[in-house]
Design a protein around this ligand. Structure first.
Ligand SMILES: NC(=O)c1ccc[n+]([C@@H]2O[C@H](COP(=O)([O-])OP(=O)(O)OC[C@H]3O[C@@H](n4cnc5c(N)ncnc54)[C@H](OP(=O)(O)O)[C@@H]3O)[C@@H](O)[C@H]2O)c1
Length: 442
């Protein structure tokens, strides 16, 4: 048995959390490690105000950590693609195991990095890359590894969930809720990644790769953000017993694999509909285990450090094998892009779903029946229909406009889209129809 040395690259939010939790829980961790391990070398351009690094070697060049022959596990915690990709490759090349929290790096270059790690007989772990402190990768690759995974439905972006929660609870507009999120440090100055669903699509891509063996390529995921969700729709949905959440959904069927990120209505009585604020939650449905829900902090220094340290502890157990000369990779889950029977990813037009529609209709006799007639001709059953109070102002052309809110039974999305086009061409309809999907998460 030898001592494992840990090198940390980047000393920002997550790395600071790792150093502090490691120091605070040192005695507890000692009993859980496969062999003795300690932080030995930190690569950081500057010191961290809340971290004591006096006991460690500190280099201003992060690549010195990747080249340090005494480091066995390198933690990539700088974020972004470059130089993170080059750093990870250099560490792997030098025979080091790597732990990263970087979802963008894994979603864009994961396959090449995993292949490089396997060729070198080392491991690449990334629990913290999806849903922060929630051990969802461990759940998929270990706890649920005996199941055929039927679906994964997650609230996997805390910023988006905070904004939608604020809009519902405080009756704020999207712009007001986003400003609150930025003031509180939950959203970046440029929030595009979070609010347009790119971050969630990257995370869903990682989960789907592990559950279904699909390739690590986020461009296969249908992606819609929350910037067009209005307070009006949140209010109407609430009156009908639904919450609007931004979901990442991967669902397998004999027709293929759905991979989609978009806002959706969920019945209020579902557990996941009650996950509010910056919290994340992932509902995994396995054929043997049935429905499950994992919920917790999806970000933050210490919750994310919790996942990073769990990966390190796992490695201190599996590294034993490689030290003894067995170079077999212990990577778990489906190997992304290499499933025995890789599933076809379905286009969004192919999915079957129930829908919420809001139609700005002229306040005149017969308007409602013209709208429902289009749906009936498309064989789309209306589940509920509500005519709201007349709107005045921007959307009122000649005369008053009445918001007609209806929900449909399940239909094919392509069918729904062509019906919506016909509704929008009716003379009694005054604006684009708002369409939101309804998900009844089990
Ligand atoms: N924060 C979270 O809650 C959270 C949750 C889950 C996953 N993650 C992931 O964890 C990773 C780290 O996030 P974070 O929030 O800790 O970011 P952060 O606070 O911005 O920290 C990143 C650190 O890396 C340093 N760095 C960047 N490029 C460098 C380079 N070329 N050389 C040396 N240092 C460099 C930065 O130094 P400077 O300060 O000098 O720029 C900064 O200290 C990201 O991949 C992120 O997506 C974060």
């Amino acid at each position: 048995m030898r001592k494992i040395n840990i090198g940390i690259c980047g000393l920002g939010t997550v790395a600071g959390g790792v150093v502090n939790v490691w120091q605070r829980n040192h005695k507890i961790l000692a009993g859980r490690l496969g062999q003795a391990a300690e932080i030995s070398h930190i690569g950081a351009r500057r010191d961290h105000p809340e971290c004591d690094t006096d006991a460690y070697r500190v280099s201003r060049d992060i690549f010195e950590v990747a080249r340090d022959p005494n480091v066995h596990i390198l933690l990539e915690l700088i974020g972004g693609i470059e130089p993170a990709r080059s750093l990870v490759l250099e560490a792997i090349d030098n025979g080091k195991h790597v732990v990263t929290a970087n979802k963008a790096l894994i979603a864009e270059h994961g396959e090449a990095l995993l292949a490089a790690a396997q060729a070198r007989g080392v491991e690449l772990r990334f629990e913290a890359a999806v849903a922060g402190g929630i051990p969802v990768i461990k759940a998929l690759t270990e706890g649920f590894s005996g199941n055929a995974i039927e679906s994964i439905v997650g609230i996997i972006n805390g910023t988006g969930n905070f904004i939608l929660t604020e809009m519902r609870e405080k009756n704020r507009s999207f712009a007001e809720a986003l400003a609150d999120a930025q003031r509180l440090g939950y959203a970046e100055a440029d929030p595009t990644f979070d609010v347009e669903g790119i971050d969630a699509a990257q995370k869903l891509t990682i989960l789907a790769a592990l559950a279904y063996g699909t390739s690590l390529d986020a461009s296969h995921c249908y992606t819609e953000g929350i910037s067009n969700v209005s307070a009006e729709d949140i209010q109407h949905a609430g009156e009908m017993g639904y919450s609007i959440k931004h979901l990442g959904i991967a669902r397998a069927s004999s027709r293929g694999l759905e991979m989609r990120v978009h806002p959706a209505l969920i019945p209020d009585d579902r557990l996941i509909a009650n996950v509010h604020g910056v919290l994340n939650a992932v509902a995994i449905h396995g054929d043997a285990v049935g429905p499950t829900l994992l919920c917790g902090a999806g970000a933050g220094a210490e919750p994310t450090a919790s996942a990073v340290i769990a990966d390190v502890i796992d490695l201190t157990h599996s590294i034993n094998c490689t030290i003894e000369g067995d170079k077999k990779s212990t990577q778990r889950g489906e190997r992304p892009g290499h499933a025995a029977a890789m599933r076809r990813i379905m286009s969004i037009e192919e999915i079957d779903c129930a829908y919420y529609l809001r139609v700005a209709a002229a306040d005149e006799p017969g308007a409602l029946s013209k709208i429902t007639q289009v749906l009936s001709e498309a064989n789309i059953s209306v589940e509920s229909l509500h005519q709201k109070d007349p709107l005045k102002g921007a959307h009122a052309h000649s005369g008053e406009t009445v918001p007609v809110v209806l929900t449909t039974e399940v239909t094919r999305e392509s069918n729904l889209r062509s019906a919506v086009e016909k509704i929008e061409s009716l003379a009694v309809v005054r604006d684009a129809v708002v369409v939101l999907r309804i998900e009844s998460v089990s």
